[in-house]
Design a protein around this ligand. Sequence first.
Ligand code: GEM
Ligand code: ZN
Length: 374
Amino acid sequence: MKISADFDSGNIQVIDSSDAQRVLLAIRPDLNSSHFQWFHFQVAELEVGQRYGFVLTNIGQSAYSHAWTGYQATASYDGEHWFRVPTRIVDGQLHFELRAEQPQVRFAYFEPYSRARHDQLITRTLAAGAEQVACGKSLEGRNIELLRIGGRAAAPRKLWIIAQQHPGEHMAEWFMEGLIERLQDRQDEQMAELLAQADLYLVPNMNPDGAIRGHLRTNYAGQDLNRAWQSASAERSPEVLFVLEQMQRIGVDLFLDIHGDEDIPHVFTAGCEGNPGYTPRLAALEEEFRSRLVAVGEFQTRFGYPRAAPGQANLALACNAVGQAFDCLSFTLEMPFKDHDDSPQPRTGWNGARSARLGRDVLTVLAQMVARLR
Ligand code: GEM
Ligand code: ZN
């Protein structure tokens, strides 16, 4: 058997592969950081029909060690169709197994969204008429594209959606792909109505360096970008600095920050209830957004993060920083690494296609609410 991870978003360390029934592995931490949880590796030269067992030995030291309960690893033979494999925790280590149907398979924490697919998405989106308003650079010099999708003339409302500040949260760019594809569907009358009133400002991937490096949480400098929104710097967080500068130049009437959550097996949002500037107007908009999304998409409001106490929000987070600075509706939107237990799909769990569909469903809510954002 041959195990490798030297590819886009690859992450594994082989401890001992001498026993094919019990291959001992470890997840590598983010560069310049102690965070780890994302894994992605390939196993080749398998014997079809043979059962194989893999053990992630260091999950006890991972960023969210409690979150492995109920988690099922994902696998793919072709890199396109991903499925969940039998997974269990034994003596604090994660065991998963596979009876090989093909000589080569990939395993990952979640269905990966590759840089190549990102580049194709950008090319396709620009070819379909989107504007690249500006392009920032990550610490390693990769593009942070800011796209504008709107009507011919500048529309009154500016709606911002950014994704994958946390590089291991690959569901975020799957979400953006679904959202962008629907926005550019010229047959979709609801999108025509939305784009007559609003321009969408989109950053499909905030953290390309971390994503390519197989990081969970941080950028090349080991910075958690979702803790940099009060102290963004060219040295440690140019990705955030770039977006903040563009927001200040263009304005913001609504903000969504797209993430994934390791533990909670549901889709949910976190709002700005702890912000000093939180008002009944914003509370009503949050309530309306959530109830409308429950009605159209895989979303729920029973499970999520604890509400922040009034005035106690951490303004270093994008959602809180932007909501406070622009007095606008602002959410962190979370999709699960596990499944959305309100509508479970055991064979795949939550995956890229469901993330993309949620992106499309969120647009329905934006179209329903755009006239009332200010
Ligand atoms: C989370 S958002 C932080 C928790 N939010 C609230 N309101 N308690 C983060 O950055 O830690 C988003 C994520 O990581 O997915
Ligand atoms: Zn996140």
